[in-house]
Ligand binder design. Sequence first.
Ligand code: MOS
Length: 762
Amino acid sequence: MSTTKAIDVVGTARDRVDGRLKVMGTATYPIDVHLPGLAHAALVQSTIVSGRIRDMAVVAAERAPGVLAVITHLNTPLLAQGPATEIGPQPSPPFQSDAVLHYGQHVAMVVAETREQANAAAALIEVTYERDTPLLSFDDPRTSPVFHPWTPDYERGNVRGALAAADVQVNETYSTAENTNNPIGLFATVAVWNGDELTVHDTTQNPHGARDSLAGTFGIDPAGVRVLVPFVGGAFGAGLRVWPHVRLVALAARITKRPVKLELTRAQMFTSVGHRPNTIQQLSIGASRDGQLAAIKHVSRSSLGMEGELINLITHGTPTAYACPNVSTRSTQVRQSIPIPGWMRAPGEAEGSFALESAIDELSYAVGIDPLELRLKNHAHVHPGTGLPWSSNGLLECYRQGAERFGWSARSPVPRSMRNGRILVGYGMARGALGAYQPPCKAIATIRQDGTAFVRSGATDIGPGPYTVMTMLAADCLGVPIERVRFGLGDSAMPKAPQEGGSGLTGALGNAVQAACVDLVRAFVNLASNDGASPVKGCRLEGITVRDGGIQITGDPARFETYAAILTRHGLDELTIEAESAPPGKTSATTMIAREGRFLPFTAPSTGARAHAGGYAAHFVEVHVDPDLGTVRVTRVISAIDGGRILNPKTARSQIIGGIAMGIGMGLLEETVSDRTGRLVTTSLAEYVVAVNADVRDVDVLFVGEPDSMTPLGTKGIGELSITGMAAAIANAVYHATGTRVRSLPISIEKLLGHDPSKGDQ
Ligand code: MOS
């Protein structure tokens, strides 16, 4: 009998399993869903920023051609709030009162036979408002700070004393603009009722969260709600909440007894699916003359909508960033009359790392030490709060290998001292990090008599590649050729998965998939082991190698049996096992890892023995700045990444490049702007400028580090990692090029030429 050497596909660079579908245009996104009898919805949105609806003239709309329903707060039943998800409560149900809390708030939904009819009728609705004075400033005396339980005040040591005693101090204020996610795929929702059962196709990063929320909204059993989203055309955090329009579409379908579809316009995306709130951050750093950190104080204020809450981890990474004995942080949120905020790639940590890593760069000039040297000197070799060793930490390798590949040693230390002709050249670097996060997750694995495997979980793939890496992982764990493995997701009828967010999905889902696949092999082993007719009788999980769709006694290629043969002899069509991920540091006696077709017991260090580390990054950036025009080009980026075990270097690299591109956007271009009355001005990609290919030039990624010791999969979150520190690396390079420190994102031409438009017109 021929033997195939068992080689792990995990760890090899693989194309996306869904790439062909996407390129051929046959992947079905929520916006592509068409159903018989489909009616179409259009939104009417508030044109005022704050106040209440005094009157709505809807008769003309109701009489317009094709109109099936006009829904407003006047005819909407009581809708319940529904449960919170892992990451907090949902925005309140819409149309429950006449209050207007922000510009672009939905105030009416029109349902008609066609989209054009719905839009035309929506334009006929006349709303009379009563305005009041919106909250548009953090300093408005009518507003007061809100604390979120995920970001409590933190202090270790004596920050005030250490700052006062420090040889050198940096005290600066940094600000970051409001940013808005612009996935190419416009968000869409299709809802259809069948009796008391609801099916919803929705652009969401959390099918189970949407299911539970919608069930709560209408007071029905979650088992009667199914949310489907096999493909998401990008989301970056915009799909993490169950937005008011989603509840409205379900309501519209119930009222009209028709399937109803809503496609958001690009302009509506700016007000309807959240945004990254703006921040103002104060950094105080104290250090010795030789650059040893003595104290860091990081105080942040960020905006919050007029109701609800939002996790925003702006100062979250600061206490663990450096070996510094005295650290304090405070994050407060300030209620403002802004569209309901949400999350955008590395929410809070992208903004917080801009302030911290800019301030560390400023310190490097204050003490006259190279910025990389300064970071090496203050590296947190152990968890600086607890003193525990890290579960893994490749940051030093990120610094070393990144600097080497970039050619950091060629940097001249003096700002404005490097040129390319008349163009100023700057080298900047920064540290990035993203905390470990692995929410609970389940997966289910099936092997069928035809030798195929089907593994699935109710997760989503918003672009990072879970379809691909989970297919690879299942193929390895089961020993089934990858072409015969299918991975399913995007369906709340599948086992419960968390949101794809917080860079936690690969860890959560991967651990669940590995557990389900190992348990499935274990089930086959149990069947075959006691079966005298099986060539692998007497086998044990520890003594087998899985390959070619079956089980072999390790080292004895002749003793092999396919899963299909085992199923046939036992009269089974298939075997299915569901399993749950083990929380980090909480593995059980039966937790195994699969490598090269074999299964090894895995024991995690307990959470009391190690500090669970997240991912690390070191970004090295070269900018070219035109001294007369103030234009900045990011000409070169090297990002060295510790992402733990990398399951697929190709999709992982793609993730990192995506975060770099968004970091360039955040650093130089992206700004959601409202006018002085609070009305949004940037409502298209003409006014809201994102980084395009011309802005993302020579980018290289290198992966360093080792599998994390805390989980059997060994991965770390990388989806958001590379945007952390990225804007700071650019700002630091711009300072090095020009000698001008811009502490306010984005680094626009005006600011670089010495005029900050946020400071007024003078
Ligand atoms: Mo990300 S903001 O956790 O989708």
